[in-house]
Design a protein around this ligand. Structure first.
Ligand SMILES: *Cc1c(COP(=O)(O)O)cnc(C)c1O
Length: 424
């Protein structure tokens, strides 16, 4: 029998890891002079070492060329957003013309709701998950009100129906069957931020479409975490941020997807000059002619400095490839789960689905014994350089990221929990 808790076991797994060298591509925050065990990539991904060069290139260009920087070199600012288009399309499984890097997540959600949430008297409602990320709920609620409808009746939340707070596909199906004729939109997460549950986007899209509703997705916790196939799934639109698993830095420019079937949509939209047909944009004419595809939803010339780190990030995703990242992710999170099952079950309860197909890298762990005990453990871990994040009232989220976390990191988490139990 292998001892799961032995250094030798974790070290052997790390040596056999084909992606082990990617850790060197990141700046690892230190604790007492040694790298932290950083499990908070679901909140802010680590800095790729390559990011600085891209930011400095922009600063240097600005210093030496000023306005000419818009029109010179392969990284000219005029179409700088196009530099990330192909890489993004690969990460989310889209055609290049279906994706754009712009704005921030909640802004993109509002912009796409303007086009894709078109409530009528007969169909005013939006279906979402209960306990959704507050910003999404605020955005949806304000859109319902903006159109003169009532969130109390027209924001329909699907309650968790499974023991650990997750939502079965059957519950989603039932909700769509019950409310289908009133639904304008189903807005669903790719991975639920609190539970870590991953959903079948293609299945949800089929159900939404069969009911005559639009299917939109928030992929904040899915992008860079799970392989995605947005085009084939048939999603109408999706939005996400790039500072979590995409490692593009605090406040990084976010992403949006609009399916090719809407590329030349005449749906209403909020327009700005950067969404205008690129060939005629600088004729500065009075009539808005959207450029086809996701680019047509842009408003402004992009914040180049906030976009630059994404180039470094996407280069790493391209080199590693989502299939290899996912394969490691399943093993790495699987190891965390094994350790909990083998030796920490009296302390931690796994809330995230046990089926690897229904989760990304994150495990949401309820600390047994209530909030105070949970906070004690959380602080004990942090004081020893093991960083997870806290969700009230008693949950620690641990997200082993295959690009930079090791099996050794995961073992360190488990050992530190044991140490705490021993000391408590
Ligand atoms: C992280 C996250 C956000 C954050 O929104 P910003 O507009 O980037 O501040 C919104 N929704 C979900 C589901 C998230 O996970």
């Amino acid at each position: 029998m292998t001892d799961l808790f032995s250094d030798a076991h974790a070290a052997a797994l790390d040596v056999a890891d084909p992606l082990r060298d990617f850790r060197d591509e990141f700046h690892l925050p230190l604790h007492d002079g040694a790298p932290q065990a950083y499990f908070v990539g679901n909140s802010l991904g680590l800095q790729p070492k390559g990011a600085r060069a891209h930011v400095e290139q922009v600063l240097d260009k600005w210093a030496s060329e000023a306005v000419e920087g818009h029109f010179t070199g392969e990284a000219q600012w005029l179409d700088y957003h196009a530099l990330v288009r192909d890489g993004l399309a690969r990460v989310v499984g889209a055609q290049p013309s279906e994706v754009v890097a712009m704005n921030s997540l909640t802004v993109n959600l509002h912009l796409l709701l303007v086009s894709f949430y078109r409530p009528t008297r007969e169909r005013p409602a939006i279906l979402l998950e209960a306990g959704s990320f507050p910003s999404d709920r605020y955005a949806l609620e304000s859109q319902v009100r903006f159109h003169g409808f009532d969130p109390a009746t027209d924001l329909i939340e699907v309650e968790p129906d499974e023991a650990d707070g997750t939502i079965s596909m059957a519950a989603i199906e039932r909700a769509i069957a019950t409310h289908g004729s009133r639904l304008a939109l189903v807005l669903w997460p790719g991975v639920q931020y609190r539970t870590g549950q991953a959903f079948d986007l293609a299945a949800i899209t089929r159900l939404a479409h069969a009911a005559g509703a639009i299917a939109g997705f928030d992929l904040a916790h899915a992008v860079g975490n799970l392989p995605l196939a947005l085009h084939d799934a048939g999603a109408d639109f999706a939005v996400w941020c790039h500072y979590k698993y995409m490692n593009a830095g605090p406040g990084a420019v976010a992403g949006a997807f609009v399916h090719a079937r809407h590329a030349r949509s005449d749906r209403p939209r909020f327009a700005g000059w950067w969404g205008h047909d690129a060939a005629t944009r600088f004729r500065m004419g009075p009539r808005f002619m959207p450029t086809p595809g996701a680019d047509g939803w842009q408003l402004s010339n992009p914040p180049i400095l906030a976009l630059a780190p994404l180039r470094a990030s996407l280069a790493l995703f391209d080199r590693a490839g989502m299939p290899a990242l996912r394969a490691k992710s399943e093993r790495l999170t699987g190891y965390l789960e094994q350790l909990i099952d083998a030796g920490l079950r009296d302390v931690l309860q796994v809330l995230t689905p046990r089926d690897a197909a229904q989760r990304g890298c994150q495990l949401s762990l309820r600390v047994r014994g209530g909030r105070e005990r949970g906070r004690q453990l959380f602080e004990f871990l942090a004081a020893r350089g093991v960083l997870g994040d806290w969700r009230e009232p008693d949950v620690i989220r641990i997200s082993p990221v295959p690009l930079y976390n090791t099996y050794g990191d995961v073992l360190r988490f488990a050992r530190t929990v044991q140490e705490w139990r021993h000391a408590a």
